[in-house]
Design a protein around this ligand. Structure first.
Ligand SMILES: Nc1ncnc2c1ncn2[C@@H]1O[C@H](COP(=O)(O)OP(=O)(O)OP(=O)(O)O)[C@@H](O)[C@H]1O
Ligand SMILES: [Mg+2]
Length: 239
């Protein structure tokens, strides 16, 4: 059974139909990726799943609950954690306090155990734990955002463009960590603009073009040049 099932959703911004009849499935223990160009609607889909946008049509079933239109904090409490685009953190707070915020509902010993797990995964965050988050580099901020997501021990972690603005070597490093995280069994829905990277990191991919799913399949079985055509709306995907 799917952990997350998005069924035929529409999302409007005023009169503008940003997402049209989108359906997605995320099986437990897998990494699913949304691929698409700037403005395709990837963040809108992610924000709708986590309750920041409301769908104007369709259902979103998460772990047996219909969460479409529910408030973001209610959805978070069910075990769905989102790390939004731009790796937001609490700038004036220390790295460690930022991480602890991710598990604010937990008691002391459990929080500290999770903190140790995150530091094992990202040793640089341990080194910087007493610094204000505002002084972190782009890559370190992204690690902090992922670490904070892990601290909540969600059933699913949504990551919107974790590679935005980072150098390739840093991106590779972060994706290696994602594989490590996936091996612990955590289910992830990610947004990635780079087709090659997306296909190599995920189990299943959806290509989004102008608010619609135009291609989907097992990442290992998708043809990269066909994905590229779908991504850019070329050939069969032109309108
Ligand atoms: N708050 C908003 N109000 C009105 N229109 C919006 C809003 N947010 C997004 N849009 C529009 O919805 C469409 C989808 O935007 P979205 O941010 O979901 O794209 P994206 O695929 O995440 O792009 P990017 O790769 O640049 O982050 C775009 O046409 C965008 O201009
Ligand atoms: Mg986006």
């Amino acid at each position: 059974m799917s952990l997350l099932e998005v069924k035929n959703i529409d999302v409007h911004y005023g009169d503008f139909l940003a997402i049209q009849d989108v359906s997605l499935n995320v099986e437990p223990g897998t990494i699913v990726s949304l691929i698409g160009a700037n403005g395709a609607g990837k963040s809108t889909i992610m924000n709708t799943i986590c309750g920041l946008n409301k769908p104007t049509k369709g259902d979103i079933i998460f772990d047996g609950n219909n969460i479409a239109g529910k408030k973001a904090n209610q959805i978070a409490r069910l075990g769905l954690t989102m790390s939004p685009e731009g790796s937001h953190c609490f700038e004036k707070m220390t790295v460690q306090d930022n991480l602890l915020m991710g598990a604010y509902l937990e008691k002391g010993p459990e929080r500290m155990k999770r903190l140790e797990d995150v530091y094992r995964l990202f040793p640089i965050l341990n080194e910087k734990k007493n610094q204000q988050a505002t002084y972190l580099s782009g890559g370190q901020r992204q690690m902090l955002a992922i670490g904070r997501g892990i601290m909540s021990q969600p059933k699913i972690l949504l990551l919107d463009e974790i590679s935005l603005g980072l150098a390739p070597v840093v991106i590779n490093d972060i994706y290696d960590k994602l594989q490590e995280i996936a091996e612990t069994g955590l289910t992830m829905l990610i947004v990635e603009q780079n087709v090659t990277r997306s296909l190599s990191v995920s189990d299943y991919s959806y290509v989004i073009l102008e608010g619609k799913v135009v291609m989907e399949g097992k990442s290992s079985e998708l043809n990269e040049s066909e994905v590229n055509d779908a991504y850019f709306g070329i050939g069969d995907f032109a309108h």
